[in-house]
Write a protein that binds this ligand. Structure first.
Ligand code: UDP
Length: 431
């Protein structure tokens, strides 16, 4: 068994991490698997390296997964049986909360009393389970929202479906129950307070991170060769789940505008879309392919199925610029990963992206979602003398502040703060 790293960690030996709707073992970039999966896995790795054992509880979605998978020393993923393996959408999962919670409590009951020192839940569904576990085990609940329905509904892409009332209510309940809420950015912290009535004393900002060793650039020529991309010319890339919220269509439209303005680029411009359908994007899995045809840019565009992070580095390194035109983004790991690899980003000035990207320093931020505005930003990065090189230099420097090690250090401080708050709350009641 892993020993506590220091006396300070003495009361923080084991964390129960709840990630109900998506497993950290899933390939990110399609369906429900994205930044949250990366977050849970990378944070768990850094916690384990600091002597804190992590048990991740996630809903089993395949009959072939073992009930418990040891990812590495100190990290186990528990596949909890709650509902059928396949066929349930995220919106149907609230009906499985009860049985999922029961199974989590049952798994804990095999251990000695006081086995877990803290629960950290991710996304509101997990928060509901976390709140129950917190009460049962008498340990603090730390919760990270990842996305919020009220924020999402206020910035819907055209034709996208609003989040249901059940989620809004469920989120409010989790906000009220958590001992500590972790926000990705100051902006998200304000939203928790202003829109959800969170107690400001229970909200802490911890930036997510990037694996600064994996996402390291340099070999653009080799990367292009490995990916079968032209050695010369421009590559504009989108990476992520393909759904209206992420606005990959805005990037394609922007490229079409750019090619109209600069027809000579047609010979030297490649567009890559890396990722698979997700959310309401599943209703039209070929929508982007058809859009590229309608825009007359099919010859320019390469669609690539989701790739593991080790391969994603090549896509970032091979790109002249990565485009993140999302309608909302609670942080935007893709933007930070691209910059860590030394690739500038053109991103929407929404949510966490103004934190993740330094405007005119590591990339360009664009207001709104007009394709013309993105076309202008892409044109600047690709053609303005010296700009791409300057932004590329700033990109790695900007990304360096977001390493996962720093995230884990900050999170440990939040965990300890939550434990202290709980102790204070208990003694306050006793007085
Ligand atoms: N990702 C990946 N392979 C892909 C596409 C995406 O591993 O083909 C990962 C990417 O590296 C990033 C995450 O998926 O870490 C997406 O996170 P982001 O915060 O950008 O968006 P989210 O999915 O949370 O909305």
């Amino acid at each position: 068994m892993t020993q506590p790293a220091s006396p300070l960690d003495a009361a923080l030996r084991r964390v129960a991490m709840v990630s109900l709707h998506t497993s950290p073992l899933d390939q990110p970039g399609t369906g429900d698997a994205g930044g949250m999966n990366v977050y849970v896995l990378e944070l768990s790795r850094r916690l384990a390296a600091r002597g804190v054992e992590v048990d991740v509880f996630t809903r089993a979605t395949s009959s072939t997964s073992a009930p418990v998978v040891e990812v590495q020393d100190g990290i186990r993923v528990h596949h909890v049986s709650a509902g059928p393996y396949e066929g349930l959408t995220k919106h149907e999962l609230p009906a499985q909360l009860c049985v999922f919670a029961r199974e989590v409590l049952r798994a804990e009951a095999y251990h000695p009393v006081g086995y877990y020192d803290l629960v950290h839940s991710h996304y509101w569904l997990s928060g509901q389970v976390g709140a129950l576990a917190r009460d049962r085990w008498g340990v603090p609940l730390v919760h990270t929202m990842h996305t919020m329905a009220k924020v999402k509904n206020a910035a819907l892409a055209e034709g996208d479906t609003p989040e249901p009332m059940a989620r809004l209510i469920g989120e409010e309940q989790v906000v009220a129950a958590a001992d500590m809420l972790v926000a990705n950015t100051d902006d998200e912290a304000s939203q928790l307070i202003d829109l959800y009535g969170a107690d400001p004393g229970r909200v802490e900002v911890v930036h997510p991170g990037v694996d600064l060793d994996t996402f390291r650039g340099g070999d653009a020529v080799g990367a292009r060769e490995r990916l079968g991309l032209p050695a010369q010319g421009h590559v504009v890339t989108f990476v992520g789940r393909i759904q209206p919220l992420k606005a990959p269509d805005v990037m394609l439209r922007a490229v079409a505008v750019l090619l109209q303005r600069r027809p000579e680029l047609r010979r030297s411009l490649t567009v890559a879309v890396v990722g698979g359908p997700s959310g309401s994007g599943l209703e039209q899995p070929d929508g982007l392919v058809r859009l590229a045809e309608q825009l007359g840019i099919s010859d320019q565009v390469r669609f690539v199925k989701p790739v593991e992070q080790a391969r994603l580095v090549d896509w970032y390194a091979a790109s002249s610029v990565v485009c993140v035109p999302s309608y909302n983004e609670s942080f935007g790991l893709v933007a930070v990963e691209a910059q860590s690899t030394g690739t500038p980003v053109v991103a929407a000035a929404v949510g966490g992206l103004p934190t993740a990207v330094r405007d005119e320093g590591s990339g360009l931020l664009v207001e709104g979602h007009q394709p013309e505005a993105y076309a202008a930003a892409l044109e600047r990065v690709l053609l303005e003398p010296g700009l791409r090189e300057r932004l590329a230099r700033g990109a790695r420097t900007h990304a360096e502040q977001f390493g996962w090690d720093r995230t884990a250090e900050r999170m440990l401080a939040v965990y300890r703060g939550a434990q202290e708050k709980m102790r204070a709350d208990i003694s306050g009641v006793a007085l």
